[in-house]
Design a protein around this ligand. Structure first.
Ligand SMILES: [Zn+2]
Length: 262
């Protein structure tokens, strides 16, 4: 077995071999929390167990992190990275290609320390920066050095993203987003279509990760539809999905497990 058997391959092959509950697993991440307390709170009130990505430096970020903690919800840092479009709205703390490696590292650590209870990180935007290993490597290495147990979720805002592979290369657990639920959030048919893609992917491969946003239309759709699928699917926060996949991979490939996750 090669030294760096990618974690995501194991995840795709047989996520939960040996587990008694064979239902496909759905992981839902709600991005972009922090600008609206009302919408953030509505997202945190969704039934079942999901993951919430908070943008650092936002007016309600810390308050929502506290609320998430009080309600035993999993939070991750929604790390702002430079998009390819100059028209895309950027956060004031967005990491950009104008920064040197030292600035990238210092800014990453400053944002990580804003929310003490995060379990992982995913990228906010980043269709430009995630394509460049020169920037993604120090970001992943500083995350690993900051707290080695943190995981990375590649939001995959560009098909040429190297974030996932650089996370693995730095020794982080890493997963990739499969489906965006609400790129057309004002169109309920589009949300339904994307929601069905998420279910299909989970049925096909055993698990699937979707990202949605706290738009009122999305939250209304999820509030109505998530309960309909609780019988035939399992909902898992990302840390649970990763730990279940690691357990399954250990059952399948003991040597690979020891090599990669010790
Ligand atoms: Zn975002």
């Amino acid at each position: 077995m090669t030294k760096l058997l990618p974690f995501f391959v194991i995840l795709l092959l047989a996520p939960f071999a040996g587990a008694s509950d064979q239902r496909p697993v759905l992981s839902l991440v709600i991005d972009d929390l922090g600008y609206s307390f009302k919408q953030g709170k509505a997202a945190l009130n969704l039934g079942s167990d999901h993951t919430y990505a908070i943008i650092p430096g936002t007016i309600y970020g810390k308050k929502l992190a506290t609320l998430a903690d009080e309600n035993s919800r999993e939070i991750i840092l929604h790390l702002p990275l430079q998009a390819s479009s100059r028209l895309a709205a950027a956060e004031s703390n967005t990491l950009t290609e104008s920064m040197n490696e030292n600035q990238i590292t210092l800014n990453t650590v400053a944002m990580l320390s804003e929310f003490p209870n995060i379990k992982g990180i995913n990228n906010h935007m980043g269709s430009h920066l995630t394509e460049i290993s020169y920037f993604m490597r120090p970001i992943m290495e500083s995350i690993k050095a900051y707290r080695s147990q943190l995981y990375f979720l590649d939001s995959v805002t560009t098909s040429r993203s190297v974030a996932h592979i650089e996370a693995i290369n730095s020794g982080l657990d890493s997963v990739k987003r499969d489906v965006f639920l609400d790129n057309e959030h004002t169109n309920p048919e589009s949300i339904k279509f994307q929601f069905d893609l998420w279910l299909d992917k989970a049925r096909d491969t055993g698990s699937a990760v979707a990202i949605g946003h706290p738009h009122p239309e999305t939250i209304a759709f999820l509030t109505e539809n998530l309960p309909l699928f609780e019988k035939n699917f399992r909902f898992m926060r990302l840390s649970e999905l990763i730990s279940a996949a690691k357990t399954a991979s250990r059952l399948l490939e003991p040597q690979a497990y020891l090599t990669n996750f010790e």
